[in-house]
Design a binder for this molecule. Structure first.
Ligand code: ADP
Ligand code: MG
Length: 243
């Protein structure tokens, strides 16, 4: 069976003379949660943006359920079944929660299915139903993150990529967001997530990949990575020691 997402030999960068990704390979099986870890500046966000079609690919390939999607423009990725939640500025601040969710489904034309998915999102995030007429820009950080995830899910993706969904949230909200990520996976969506919050992220992940200097340095089952002293010392950063 094909991987849900398969990245091989990926080379990418922002300026012509510098590569930020130096040949990254990873794969995510259908129904898995895979977390990408690594120190600041390792290239985690660049990896996810490159997969999403927002940074040009210089070498290598990206496959989605066996289809080559290398170089597909970002706005077409959603139709192909790949959704992406950026770390910041991931909601339309002036629109209400419900308008944000409707925007997520803009490329879909099956109105009854979209209406059903909207209700599914409110069931997943009851807080959003209560506040559905409120402008997203006035929400708390945790609520905004939920809107961003729900909006991405409204595109009905097969694979969802999340860039640091727990960033800047209180420990209680971190736990809630990760519980929701698991629920999303259990509903049939494959997940590739970037996280700094290594211990909490690995706790809900099947596997992890540690990036350093634009390369995949260590990969393995989440439990093995948590127990690997090399991972702890070199790549998980200071947070690991604090938890
Ligand atoms: N838009 C950009 N233009 C130029 N360089 C960038 C841009 N975004 C990130 N970089 C550089 O790419 C490297 C990796 O950044 P990033 O992928 O954001 O790392 P991480 O998410 O692991 O912290 C850093 O050296 C950063 O300065
Ligand atoms: Mg980043």
């Amino acid at each position: 069976m094909s991987a849900a997402l398969e990245v091989s030999g990926l080379v990418a960068g922002y300026t012509p003379e510098v590569n930020i990704l130096n040949g990254i390979g990873l794969d995510v099986a259908p129904g898995e949660i895979v977390t990408v870890l690594g120190p600041n500046g390792a290239g985690k966000s660049t990896l996810i943006k490159t997969i999403a079609g927002l940074v040009g690919v210089r070498a290598g390939a990206v496959r989605l359920f066996g289809d080559d999607i290398t170089g597909v423009e970002a706005h077409r990725m959603v139709r192909r079944g790949l959704a992406y939640v950026p770390q910041t500025r991931n909601v339309f601040a002036r629109l209400s929660i419900e308008e944000n969710l409707e925007m997520g489904a803009i490329a879909r034309h099956d109105a009854p299915a979209v209406a059903r998915d909207l209700q599914r999102m409110y069931a997943l995030f009851p807080r959003l139903r209560e506040r559905r007429r409120q402008r997203a820009g006035t929400l708390s950080g945790g609520e905004r993150q939920m809107v961003a995830v729900a909006r991405a899910l409204m595109a009905s993706p097969r694979v969802l990529m999340l860039d640091e969904p727990s960033a800047a949230l209180s420990p209680q909200l971190v736990a809630l967001v990760f519980a929701k990520v698991r629920e999303v996976r259990d509903s049939g969506v494959t997940i590739l997530m970037v996280e700094q919050n290594a211990v909490a992220a690995l706790a809900i992940s099947d596997r992890g990949v540690v990036l350093a200097e634009g390369r995949d340095r260590i990969a393995g089952p989440a439990r093995e990575l948590l127990a690997n002293p090399e991972v702890g010392e070199l790549y998980l950063g200071v947070r690991r020691g604090l938890q």
